[in-house]
Ligand binder design. Sequence first.
Ligand code: SF4
Length: 377
Amino acid sequence: MNPALAHVSLADLERELAAWGYKPSHAARVLRAFYATGGTPFEQTAAQTVELTVGQPSLLPAETSPPQHLRLPAGLAEKLRTLSAPSRTSHLAARQVAADGTIKLLLRLHDSRTVESVLMPDFRADRAAGCISSQVGCAMGCDFCATTKTGFERNLTAGEIVEQFLALRREALAVGRKLQTVVFMGMGEPMLNLDHVLAAIDRLADNRLGALGWRQITVSTVGIVPGIDALTATGLNVHLAVSLHAPDDATRAQLLPMGKRFPIADILAAADRFQASRGRPVTIQYCLLRGVNDSPDHARTLAAVLGARRLHVNLLRYNPTGLSLKGKTYEPSTDDTADAFAAILREHKLVAHFRRSRGPDIDAACGQLRRRSAQTA
Ligand code: SF4
């Protein structure tokens, strides 16, 4: 099918069909079939595709035609092929497969910019999680992050976000897994592109399109308070994750420039408002950096700041990304230090888990594959 379908909403396609003289009700059938198969694979040319596969060979299926069960009125398939904007569609630029089954994709957008998306196998053999980008580059300047080193380029459109989802769904289908959850934790700050992120979520969650389900979607933020409040106001039943990465404002400001604008107390107050409106715990993300934010004192301060809130703390193991913007080299905490940190949180009755480190044998950190691809181009 025409990959441009990723760029149209259900209402858009209904209008288009009506203008062509077809029943608008065919639009939902077309889009359901399109989303169910992960859409048509991105067009690839040998010149555009940089294979960086580490493990298995490419598992992308061959170009697919409309599913057999999708019976369309005469002439509609041809009309759909003429749908405008194939020029807006993305292409697969690079693909890495790690020994643990993690698959990282680099998609080249219509204007030659690139974004990363990641498929992570679940413990369950039939499931996988996807990590999606919301912007090209990032303006947040988190000092330990590879993405921000090249700065912010532009927001992604809803269609470009949907294309990432479809690419990951295809990868999951190819290895016999269901893309069960999606997190907006890739490149960019989702709250600064909220209109397009919400438009994309609408399509991913819609039973007539992506059929993912609201609860299977997590929006992550570095702590943009107005963005959290805007998400709260939508009433959408998605999950919220907040990247804290430090227990006090001074340490946080060293790591995240945004920390100077939004104090931890204000961020947690916004998270409280979100949680109160949904009744589901917010996730606090905390990346453990050796000698920076991982001491027992840091753990005790974090426990005190979070207090009796019913939150989940996700402790992340850092994937080194080389020299930072400030000229520092960050290292992951040792296992003993990380375990001691988690133990202190648990002593304070907080729910603390380690998020599994994914794809250590590929460019696993957010933004690494994109930078390497740019350097080798
Ligand atoms: S960690 Fe996220 S918010 Fe921070 S610079 Fe990287 S992509 Fe942006």
